[in-house]
Design a protein around this ligand. Sequence first.
Ligand code: SIN
Length: 311
Amino acid sequence: MNAATTTDEAPPTHPRSAAAHRSRPGAVTERTTQYETFAVTPLTPHLGAEVDRLDLSQPLDDGQLADLHRAFADWSVLVFRDQHLDREAHKRFGRYFGTLHTHPMNYSRDGDPEILVVRTTANSAYTAGDGWHTDVTCDAIPPMASALYIRETPECGGGDTLYADMYLAYEMLSEPMQQMLEGLTAIHDGAIPYVGSYKSTPPEGGYPRNEHPVVAVHPVTGRKVLYVNSGFTSHIRGLQPWESRSLLDSLYRMIATTPRLHCRVEWRPNTLTLWDNRCTQHHAVWDYYPYTRSGERVSVLDEAPPRGVGD
Ligand code: SIN
């Protein structure tokens, strides 16, 4: 008799075998690359995809919109190349997902409150988003998505944006850690980036400061995400200050130093990238001084505040 049939125990799996990979957290099983109206080319198997053949300068039809929403839920970060958009086309694209958001730092700026200019030159004191963060989580209802349209890339290369998968970040935690974090909330404070890093003068009453669950549930996919970020999260409520600091620092270190969580968008002129702030973080890499990188961003308000597990 074959030895393999004499025991109920599963044979040990080699750490790099297909079986071991299938049982890893975040193993990818059900994502498509072929939609009815377009195809996508993944950047990684779990995060980020380039969309083929979709011209965003023209209004999308119902079939394209349905596919766009499905692809967004599947890939979280969507890259659209060779787009020629004016502000109205850019904003129309954002409105496919909801009402456009006004950035808290736009309160004193001239121009269009729904457009955030993202421009870094040799004279810039900082570049927006140069550190791991999720957009504007200090708001009571943070933007669910952002769409950045880059027209000008640095002439000697660089200026990529890194994205990190917060579904996978949650799934890679141990079960006891997941359980502890699920019961907690954290404070997200706009003064940390906007005053601390960007040195801007706060509006009357200060920048927004709000409390959100440490583990949130994505409203479309129903999957759990780790929802703290080094850009905005000041502390976890109910812990001793040193406990909160060391826990947050450990989570931030895990996010920044686990390449398996990441995908990288290499910009070319006239690229638009859409990302889901409910399940990703990003980091704009400022490695191109003294060259210029320039574009504009619109963000889309969510319909409700982030929901915790069991809410
Ligand atoms: C941001 O929205 O945080 C900026 C992203 C980027 O410039 O790549």
